[in-house]
Write a protein that binds this ligand. Structure first.
Ligand code: ATP
Length: 588
């Protein structure tokens, strides 16, 4: 497909405020692509070069893009900088200058979508000496043949600022409509996506093999699986009731979730984070331990990595575990902050997918392959059949410095990518407040007043994610509780992705000073959930009242780097937390 046609679709996607229209546009666009094109064009529409675990970024800096735009359009760099200042977006600046090209190449040649993608890929892969020149050359070659509209999207894609607002669920709905005429088939695509974490691969399979190919999708090593998530309930009685009177109960370690893929034959270990990014380099000690402390030849297992004080035999705070994120002195850090990996699940073992096996069978296999050693252990667990047993195990864990417990249904399957009651978490509770924090998406911000003006941030407008409708619904404004450092950091981040118009998937009656593309997730504590006519959370079916948070404040870690916008707390969770809160109040 010609890139010019794709750019036309992109400009319409960008302009629409309706999600339904967005789905229709994407369906039309994808229908025109063949098996070869579709995977790459799905990534491009997501603004990336591949699935998250391949960590591919075009990596063009603004300065370099300015040089390329100047050269391709035949202008001085200062002209580009001036246009950038005026428009606030380098893509629009490129479009403007490209419309009045002074360079020799005045006619636009026909770029294909594939050619643009492949050139971006070679730019991303250029490294070492001479890579800067290679990158500029690649950009100049694209921009010289691009029409003004194409130039807008080439530059934004290269800078990582494409942001068309189409999330994974919107894209899947469009693909389901395209292939079957029925948007409900999105669920089948979602299952396949949850199993391989790669939307491009799902799209390619769909075009090549139809729905049959999608239904036969199986997990395999080195394709990360979307993690199963836990529901929450406030008491051991309710947990047991929900679990049918008996369940497994595991320690809840407060570290970093890790999904490890291991192949002894290939001599390869890969570690993926909660949002499927590759974090292998952070934990060389874990990779090494797999060859000695695990007996499987090939497996996908999951657990929690946590910093551990070997002398005192105690767990270290979460902040110490994530210090391993600093890439430069990892060997030094491995010595200073040893970690342990507590495995709690196995999803694939020596040629067989285990997702559909009951928990007790998966746990048996997991214990069988853990040989024991300094780094890898099975998560501690008991089987409980009374609230008393569950409570005393919970207390024991909290006293050992852990966060609480996760109860698991003995016969439950592994539900990739979904929050179900087969896992229920119970954390140390916070008296007088909501028993858990919530994760909210920033959808807008307000200008600062008075002494805060220097940071430009007066408050944030936040939303939860409605996974049934794929929309972000406003739930609260947060104006207090930020440290100066947080304010500066949040303002910088929000400013970079601010928009004049409300993004298509956002529902809010309140108008912030600036809208923000839903991207950043913050952890928030509040006193309670209230009904409110102001916010849009939970207003389905024309209800006049939504849900809101009372006295919300950001918790110290601030931005949750391990969550994307769609991983935020959902509307359904807020509704059930509200019902829970009401019941507890009645009991009091
Ligand atoms: P969620 O992952 O449910 O969205 P969250 O990321 O805020 O929420 P928590 O509320 O702390 O995390 O609870 C779930 C997390 O607990 C898991 O993602 C996992 O990282 C961690 N965890 C620790 N121990 C276990 C265990 N034994 N079984 C499952 N998860 C565990």
């Amino acid at each position: 497909m010609l890139f010019g046609e794709i750019a036309e679709y992109y400009s319409r996607l960008e302009a629409t405020q309706s999600r339904i229209e967005m789905v229709g546009l994407l369906r039309d666009m994808f229908s025109r692509m063949d098996e070869e094109e579709i995977a790459k064009m799905v990534y491009m529409t997501q603004g990336v070069l591949g699935p998250p675990f391949e960590s591919l970024q075009v990596g063009i800096a603004e300065k370099l893009a300015e040089d390329a735009i100047a050269e391709a359009a035949g202008y001085e760099k200062r002209d580009v900088v001036a246009a950038f200042r005026k428009t606030g977006d380098l893509g629009t600046a490129a479009e403007e200058l490209s419309g009045k090209k002074r360079s020799r190449l005045l006619s636009y040649s026909k770029l294909s979508g594939m050619h643009v993608f492949d050139t971006m890929m070679s730019i991303a892969k250029a490294s070492g000496e001479g890579s800067k020149e290679t990158k500029i050359k690649g950009m100049v070659s694209l921009l010289s043949s691009a029409s003004p509209l194409e130039a807008r999207y080439i530059v934004r894609f290269a800078l990582g600022t494409l942001r068309l607002g189409a999330g994974d669920a919107t894209i899947m709905e469009a693909l389901a409509l395209m292939a079957t005429g029925d948007r409900a088939n999105k669920d089948k695509l979602e299952r396949a996506y949850n199993v391989c974490g790669d939307l491009g691969r799902v799209a390619r399979t769909l075009v090549a093999m139809g729905m049959g190919g999608i239904e036969n999708f199986k997990a395999g090593v080195f394709s990360p699986i979307k993690p199963a998530l836990a529901e929450r309930l406030p008491t051991s009685e309710e947990i047991l009731e929900r679990m049918g009177g008996r369940c497994a109960v595991e320690s809840k370690y407060d570290g970093l979730r890790a999904q490890v893929h291991f192949s002894r034959k290939e001599g390869r270990v890969e570690i993926f984070s909660r949002n499927l990014e590759r974090i292998t380099e952070m934990f060389p000690d874990i990779s090494e331990a797999f060859f000695n402390e695990v007996s499987a030849n090939e497996c996908i297992v999951e657990g929690e990595v946590i910093a551990y004080d070997e002398v005192a035999g105690t767990f270290r705070p979460f902040q110490e575990t994530i210090q391993r994120k600093r890439k430069h002195d990892i060997d030094e850090k491995s010595r200073q902050i040893p970690v342990k990996l507590f495995l709690f699940d196995v999803m694939y073992l020596d040629g067989s997918e285990c997702l559909e096996m009951p928990y007790r069978e998966r746990r048996r296999l997991l214990e069988k392959i853990i040989k024991g050693g300094r780094v890898i252990e099975a998560a501690d667990r008991i089987i409980a059949s009374s609230p008393k047993e569950l409570d005393s195990y919970f207390e024991h864990n909290v006293e050992s410095g852990l966060e609480g417990i996760v109860a698991k249904g003995i016969d439950s399957v592994y539900v990739a990518g979904a929050r179900r009651f087969s896992w229920i978490k119970l954390k140390r509770s916070y008296k007088g407040e909501l028993s858990d924090t919530v994760d909210l998406v920033i959808i807008g911000y307000y200008r600062g007043k008075g002494s805060r003006t220097e940071f430009g941030l007066g408050g944030l407008l936040c939303a939860v994610y409605n996974d049934a409708t794929d929309l972000f619904e406003s739930i609260t404004k947060i104006g207090t509780g930020f440290t100066e450092h947080q304010m500066e950091d949040l303002w910088g981040r929000c400013k970079d992705i601010s928009r004049k118009a409300k993004p298509a998937r956002v529902l809010s009656q309140l108008e912030p000073d600036f809208w923000v593309e839903p991207k950043y997730v913050i952890e928030v504590r509040a006193d309670e959930i209230t009904r409110s006519p102001t916010h849009m959370c939970g207003r389905e079916g024309g209800s006049e009242e939504g849900y809101a948070l009372r006295f919300p404040r950001i918790v110290s870690e601030g931005i949750r780097e391990d969550k994307s916008a769609e991983d935020a707390t959902t509307t359904a969770e807020i509704v059930s937390m509200y019902a829970e809160q009401k019941r507890t109040k009645v009991k009091d």
